[in-house]
Design a protein around this ligand. Structure first.
Ligand SMILES: NC(=O)c1ccc[n+]([C@@H]2O[C@H](COP(=O)([O-])OP(=O)(O)OC[C@H]3O[C@@H](n4cnc5c(N)ncnc54)[C@H](OP(=O)(O)O)[C@@H]3O)[C@@H](O)[C@H]2O)c1
Length: 257
């Protein structure tokens, strides 16, 4: 029986690369984003067999929209083996600025509530079947709060904690929760960053390592491993040293910058 992967954020970057990697491994695809023409043209240029994928237009910031996409996937393609909640945004904020509170709210709506709502439609069916993988895309930005990047860092710390809670809840039912924390991956989300990006990876390279971590049923993985080491050291760093280390670091661009 052909396996099925449901992937949000499939119109760009990491989501697209994950779709290519799962397809190559023989999976059928359920691909989700708001910009569905982008997915269609990618599928055409990647020569994806039309019988092996379906596109679902959804906004993960709207709970009903992404829940409906999940239900439509079950109706048309069945219950996926792997669900990857990958859709996300990364925008700098300044809490002094009233407008940036809306950016903060939108970030949590997409990166956190959207992630849980992506998983929601599949949980009962996966538990009934006794198998399934729910994959949350976190970030190394979850490890410590970076100046100017509070919305994103907080949201990704939330992803890690939320997925850990869910992992404990679903373990006995045979459903695995996999948390992946990418380091820096070359996608539209990072292009234009004003700071150094150590161990920057190509999206297809990230997707290959992510695929293997998901297949292995890893509970938590930082990719690449070198960033995992950096992350562990960062976590150990006393606040006074951490604060000094990030002082003067370039900030993530805010909306309109
Ligand atoms: N690139 C990195 O270095 C890096 C590092 C750590 C973590 N990550 C995480 O990896 C994930 C993918 O990032 P990326 O680098 O591939 O970024 P990207 O190229 O900007 O792609 C983001 C994807 O998310 C989708 N998305 C955004 N808002 C959405 C919404 N409201 N509803 C539905 N889909 C939405 C976009 O699709 P539409 O606009 O078409 O809807 C797009 O497909 C994100 O969660 C990001 O935080 C990336």
């Amino acid at each position: 029986m052909t396996r099925l992967a449901f992937i949000t954020g499939a119109s760009s970057g990491i989501g697209q690369a994950l779709a290519a990697r799962f397809y190559q491994a023989g999976y059928n695809l359920a691909l989700v984003a708001r910009r569905t023409p982008e997915i269609e043209s990618w599928a055409g240029s990647a020569k994806i067999d039309a019988q092996r994928y379906r596109i679902y237009g959804a906004d993960v910031a709207c709970i009903d929209s992404i829940v409906a996409a999940g239900a439509a996937c079950i109706a048309h393609q069945g219950v996926p083996d792997v669900v990857i909640a990958n859709a996300g945004i990364s925008v700098g904020i300044d809490t002094e600025d009233r407008g940036d509170l809306d950016v903060l709210a939108q970030t949590f709506a997409i990166n956190n509530v959207g992630l849980a709502a992506t998983f929601h439609p599949f949980i009962a069916a996966m538990r009934a079947r006794g198998s399934g993988r729910l994959v949350g895309i976190g970030s190394v930005a979850s490890i410590r709060g970076l100046p100017g990047h509070g919305a994103y860092c907080a949201s990704k710390a939330g992803v890690v904690a939320y997925c850990e809670s869910l992992r404990g809840e679903l373990r006995a039912g045979g459903v695995k929760v996999v948390t992946l924390c990418p380091g820096y991956v070359d996608t539209p989300l990072t292009q234009g960053n004003r700071y150094g990006m150590p161990f920057l990876m190509r999206a297809d390279d990230f997707a290959d390592r992510a695929f293997r971590a998901i297949e292995a049923g890893a509970s938590y993985r930082v990719i690449p491993w070198q960033m995992g080491v950096v992350a562990k050291l960062m976590r150990l760093l006393p606040n006074a040293l951490f604060d000094r280390a990030v002082q003067g670091r370039g900030r993530k661009k805010r909306r309109g910058e």
